[in-house]
Design a protein around this ligand. Structure first.
Ligand SMILES: Cc1cc2nc3c(=O)[nH]c(=O)nc-3n(C[C@H](O)[C@H](O)[C@H](O)COP(=O)(O)OP(=O)(O)OC[C@H]3O[C@@H](n4cnc5c(N)ncnc54)[C@H](O)[C@@H]3O)c2cc1C
Length: 223
């Protein structure tokens, strides 16, 4: 049901600053870093790599700098609407108490990554992403109860929003959709076939025909 899978357990950020994608690591230095399978960002299991090898090859293929540039320019036309589109649904479903709009802090442990993040943040300004650079004193003033030992500073992404309960947000959106006579059905999609100008969707218990089709079947990919 809506709000029960990845939408249940995510970090709850409506990430206006997320203008970059996560390409497959292609630099030798990145691959060597990932190989021991000890990082927190990328973990893999060999049987899963074999199982998903085709998807991973596609991911690799579309992670060249030229592809990433093209994909990001298209992606940015979507992400720039994330808060305004959510606001329409938040207002329609009365979900305002689930949202705070004071941004989020991206903390850095090394001067090197902190500097890189600052350059990237300045670039992002051209796309309407607002930020402040905070040194340790400014961070402590902002969050006096937090322990910033080991950190050198932070980027405060100002126009991203936080959701206190992502699952509840999706559930109230779903209820609002039903209140507008929308129908929610649960079934396993077995096959999707192009049908003239439209689509034929075969599930385990029915077949649907439609002019337009949106596939939103993401799972957190654990491989
Ligand atoms: C740890 C973590 C933290 C995250 N934090 C954030 C964040 O802060 N901000 C952010 O924007 N994003 C975040 N994300 C990503 C975000 O959660 C997902 O992009 C989002 O939830 C995907 O929504 P969805 O509806 O597409 O997928 P889901 O909520 O996963 O729903 C997909 C649905 O499709 C169904 N499905 C799959 N295959 C079939 C089939 N064949 N037939 C029928 N149904 C099928 C699944 O069962 C599931 O119910 C995070 C993800 C993770 C894993």
């Amino acid at each position: 049901m809506p709000g029960s899978e990845t939408s249940y357990g995510n970090a709850g950020l409506i990430q206006r600053e997320a203008i970059h994608t996560h390409p497959f690591p292609r630099q030798l230095t990145d691959m060597i870093r990932v190989l021991p399978n000890q990082g927190t960002d990328i973990r893999y299991r060999i049987p899963a790599i074999l199982r998903y090898h085709q998807a991973l090859l596609q991911y690799w293929k579309y992670s060249t700098p030229a592809s990433v540039k093209k994909i990001e320019s298209e992606w940015q036309t979507l992400i720039e609407h994330c808060t305004s589109e959510h606001q329409t649904m938040i207002s329609a479903s009365g979900a305002d108490e689930l949202i705070t709009r004071d941004g989020w802090l991206q903390l850095h442990r090394s001067e090197e990554t902190f500097k890189e993040a600052q350059v990237s943040a300045i670039d992002a300004r051209n796309q309407g992403v607002e930020h402040n650079v905070l040194n340790l004193e400014e961070l402590k003033a902002m969050e006096p109860s937090a322990n910033f030992e080991g950190f050198v500073g932070a980027i405060h992404w100002k126009n991203s929003w936080q959701v206190s309960n992502p699952s509840s947000l999706v559930k109230v959106y779903a209820k609002n959709f039903q209140d507008m006579q929308g129908t929610i059905k649960e079934s396993d999609v077995k096959e999707i076939i192009k049908d003239g100008e439209g689509w034929k969707v075969i599930t385990d218990n029915d077949t649907y025909y439609s002019d337009k089709l949106v596939i939103a079947a993401a799972h957190g990919l654990m491989i």
